[in-house]
Each structure stands twice: as structure tokens, then as C-alpha cells.
Design a protein around this ligand. Structure first.
Ligand code: IMP
Ligand code: MG
Length: 340
């Protein structure tokens, strides 16, 4: 009997936690038939180190680096000019993106008008990539879809037949964009993006929920956020984290505001997503700065740890006690992407 099953990678904070690294690594280790990007558009920037070279992709799923069919799912929004350019740029660097990449015919188009509308956007501090206006028009039922745009005709795929159309088994890696704190429903509204960044967004692409095998949550041992709301704390260690961690947006180059790890938010994001494996990236940054702190409730005061070991043990105990789905031994401390 044919099976469709999936692993899902989601960001548990505000984006920029290193999903690119995790997806690139999983795609090279496991026998996926597909890698599928399930939300957002060109607002995202995934930094990927492949064979010693740095790539920043915005919409292309990481499967293209491993010869795996890579699909932009129906819940994404596609800026066609930028996608065609991204494919060209990848091709120039030897990545066969045009053979491997497909766009679901029901994905919506981000138009030049959507982008122009956000040119001077200042309320949310968006990436000005037309994301919000494109999703607005989709939900107002006045949007254009991939199937309506002749420039995409050679890349189109039917979202149902892609997964269910043949007798062959499908094992798909679902690649999320943005993060829980930016999710349109769960994030800090209105300082959110306009799509579903949780596992709910992934299963919406045609994956039966009971066929999700592994849910990998990605986070950092501190938090960063890009946008207009006041987010950073005053502690001098946070400016150090910004500097050492090179916390600048991959899409806009803006400074990412930094603050200490927020454990109630992390455990909530892990529970809502049903995370079984938690990857904490960039621990090397905290070690270099030498300051280990976390918020354990909504008070303004963080608690301080005297060593990285004490910090890690506390975080693990906290997460294991609050998050029943995280499996024993499945909290993994990892370094910055360029260190791999
Ligand atoms: P939009 O998605 O461009 O509408 O931006 C809405 C909010 O999400 C802004 O605060 C952006 O900075 C933030 N945002 C959107 N995409 C990303 C991302 O990939 N990483 C980090 N922040 C993002
Ligand atoms: Mg990013």
C-alpha cells in the first residue's frame, strides 16, 4: 500500500534559528523523495552552507542541494521575478534548481503592486517583500495564483498529484519559514507575518497528520527578532550576542534585536507544534560571550547561570518537564551554521 509520510522542521522563536542548516543536514542524511517549503514567501532567508560555500535562499527548498525534488507548496506566496532569478543564480553556482524545483499550482502570486504597497511600511517593520498584501488578497479571494501566471507554466505541479498521484511511496521533508513568534495566529499580533508557521501549515500541504514521523523544533539559546516592536533588553551582554552571533537579517540586512532565552515561549511553541526533537543552535555564541541567562516567567528579570553546563541542564530539565512530546535525549545543542 502506498504511503505518504513526512518529517517537519519548524522554528520555535522569531525565525533565524538555523532551519536552513537543519534542513540541509536532514536532506543529506535521509532518503526523502521531496523537500517542500510550506509557508511564507521571499520574506524568508535561509542560510545554507553547502560543500564549503555559503548560499542564502529565499523561497527555494533545500532539496535542490541534494538532487531531491523540491516543491513550493500551495500556502506559499511567490514573487515570480524573484523566484526565476533565484533559480538562475543557483544554476550559475552549479545547483540544478530548474530541474528540481516545482511550484504548486494553487500557490498565490506576490505582484509588483503588493511589493510597492509595502515600500514605506513602518508599523510592523515588515521585510517589504509584499508578503502581507499577497496573503490579504488571497484571503479576500481576489488574488492571482501560480496557475494563472504563464511565466511559471514550466514549473507548475498539481499539489494533490505531486504527493498522491503515483503508486510510489512519498517521504517528504517539510521546511517551514519564519517562526512560532511570527505565526499569524500564535505570534505577538500584529507584530507577525501573514502565514502559518507551525506544523498546522505543513499538514495543510496534503500530509495526513498521523503520517508525520518526526517534528524537529529549531531554536537558539537566546532570542532574536526583527521588526518595530521594542524587544531587546538593556544588558550589555545582549549587544555582545548581536555582534558575536552576527545577528543581521538575511533578507533585509537589518539588525536583529536580541534578548535572553524565554522558556515559557519556547515550551509553548514546542507543545503547540508537538516537537519530538529540539535543536538549540548557536550555543557557541553564548559560550563566546560568557553570559548565560533565561526568563522563566513573564517578570522582567532573567535568571543567571554560572556556567554553560548549568544553563543547559536547567533548560533541558525545564523543557522535559513541560513538553511531553520531546523524546528522551532529543535536546541537541549545536553551533552556528558556519561552524559545521
Ligand atoms: P513580513 O513577513 O514581511 O510581513 O514581516 C512581518 C514580520 O515578520 C516583521 O517583523 C519581519 O521582520 C518578520 N519576518 C518575516 N520573515 C522573517 C524571517 O524569515 N526571519 C525573521 N523575521 C522575519
Ligand atoms: Mg532567516
Amino acid at each position: 500500500m502506498k504511503r505518504v509520510c513526512a518529517d517537519v522542521v519548524v522554528d520555535l522563536q522569531f525565525g533565524d534559528c538555523g532551519k536552513g542548516k537543519v534542513v540541509h543536514c536532514l536532506a543529506s542524511e535521509r532518503e526523502y523523495t521531496h523537500v517542500m517549503r510550506f509557508n511564507g514567501g521571499f520574506n524568508a532567508g535561509h542560510t545554507i552552507y553547502h560543500e564549503g560555500k555559503k548560499f542564502v535562499t529565499h523561497l527555494t527548498p533545500a532539496g535542490v542541494f541534494h538532487g531531491i525534488r523540491s516543491v513550493v507548496a500551495g500556502a506559499c506566496v511567490v514573487d515570480v521575478d524573484k523566484l526565476l532569478q533565484e533559480i538562475k543564480d543557483l544554476e550559475k553556482l552549479g545547483i540544478p534548481a530548474s530541474d528540481l524545483l516545482r511550484v504548486a499550482s494553487n500557490a498565490h502570486i506576490t505582484t509588483r503592486k503588493h511589493v510597492a504597497e509595502e515600500e514605506n511600511e513602518q508599523k510592523i517593520g515588515t521585510t517589504r517583500t509584499g508578503n502581507g498584501p499577497a496573503y490579504r488578497d488571497k484571503h479576500a479571494r481576489i488574488g492571482r495564483r501560480a496557475i494563472d501566471d504563464p511565466r511559471l507554466s514550466h514549473l507548475l505541479t498539481d499539489p494533490y498529484l505531486e504527493l498522491w498521484g503515483s503508486d510510489a511511496d512519498v517521504y517528504v521533508l517539510m521546511e517551514g519559514a519564519q517562526g512560532f513568534g511570527l505565526d499569524v495566529d500564535w505570534g505577538d499580533y500584529p507584530y507577525v507575518s501573514s502565514s502559518s508557521c507551525t506544523v498546522a501549515g505543513a499538514v495543510n500541504a496534503g500530509i495526513p497528520p498521523q503520517s508525520v514521523m518526526e517534528i524537529v523544533g529549531v531554536a537558539k539559546p537566546y532570542v532574536t527578532y526583527v521588526g518595530t516592536k521594542k524587544f531587546s533588553g538593556d544588558h550589555p551582554g545582549l549587544a555582545e550576542i548581536q555582534r558575536v552571533g552576527q545577528e543581521f537579517g538575511a533578507t533585509t540586512g537589518r539588525l536583529r534585536q536580541c534578548n535572553w532565552l524565554h522558556l515559557p515561549l519556547l515550551s509553548m511553541a514546542a507543545n503547540v507544534n508537538g516537537v519530538n526533537k529540539l535543536i538549540m543552535n548557536k550555543i557557541d555564541v553564548l559560550e563566546a560571550v560568557g553570559e548565560f541567562r533565561a526568563f522563566v516567567d513573564d517578570s522582567r528579570d532573567s535568571i543567571k547561570f554560572s556556567s554553560v553546563e548549568k544553563f543547559k541542564t536547567f533548560v533541558e530539565d525545564y523543557m522535559f518537564s513541560k513538553c511531553p512530546n520531546i523524546l528522551d535525549g532529543e535536546i541537541i545543542w549545536s553551533s552556528s551554521p558556519e561552524k559545521i
